[in-house]
Ligand binder design. Sequence first.
Ligand code: 13P
Ligand code: SF4
Length: 367
Amino acid sequence: MSILEMMNKETVIPERYKTMSVEEIEARVKEIKEKFGTRLYIPGHHYQKDEVIQFADDTGDSLKLAQLSANNNLAEYIVFCGVHFMAETADILTNENQKVLLPDMRAGCSMADMANIEQTEKSWVKLQELFGDTMLPLTYVNSTAAIKAFCGKHEGATVTSSNAKKMVKWALTQKERIFFLPDQHLGRNTAFDLGIPLEAMAVWDPDKEQLEYDGALKDIKVILWKGHCSVHEKFTVANIEQMRNDYPGINIIVHPECSHEVVQLADYAGSTNYIIDKLEEADPNSIWAVGTEMNLVKRLTKVHSDKQVLSLNPDMCPCLTMNRIDLPHLLWSLESIESGSPINQVTVEKEIAHDAVLAVNRMLERA
Ligand code: 13P
Ligand code: SF4
């Protein structure tokens, strides 16, 4: 579902949640959590604010949260503290009597919105005219359920930032080329890591319906959808140069949604879980510049007081859609469950879920 469609389905949070004190809200969240026990499950993505994360039953990156949702048969209600595509994935992987709620329906992902199914299907036809039946579609989980279903139907799979390498490697044993949606950066960084040169990668512009490439058409192995993350795009080569200049010996770690140039200049690149683990094992007194979302960077700075942890871009803003989930929205969601009328339920149409699960399971089997 796109952000526009979500807005149309949106229910507005009642005024009273805005006037309650933090203490009152926290006490009610605790009370409802205790009352529901294992009937209620709150997964929280690492980019969520601390005020929300404190109530998460589990925290994780996209892969871990997908696996946890798939394995949870106990919870009747899953209140997903993350963004819409993550809640959709949870709905796809859970059974029919489990309800997945997103505390604020406006919590979308601008990258996921960069590929819609109509454009994808049209693009596939155009690309088949160029490449015939030689492509396997792969989609980053940061995509709509409809795009996942498209991949499922065409023998493809989903990937996350922590298994992209494994999945791209697998995909290239299935077909000669991959069609990678919607994040060109994750696709390019992963393929390059596997030894595929930049000349063997092309960018598909879905608006112009045009393929951009430098080498020979026949040598193209990876076709990248022209999408990106507007948060990670803000980390630049100039930021890295500045950090290295200001803090000699600094370690630079970034998420692979950053541009190829930034990932190449960084010391390490990986998923949010990878970044967390790397900081965990780092030497005390070491200095780190982290190129990912602000809420996570701030948490790392707080947790690792024995190290110096900075944002790679000091003028960074948080992911605005992730940030829409706050304490009042969490309580609103929980009280709606308590009252017997859950709001903001995320449901993937049966037909779409049927094909999308094929793509997600192909990933989970190999993850
Ligand atoms: P991770 O899978 O690394 O948690 O990334 C999710 C995401 O949306 C990054 O922007
Ligand atoms: Fe989407 Fe980027 Fe926000 Fe991740 S950080 S949820 S990719 S907009």
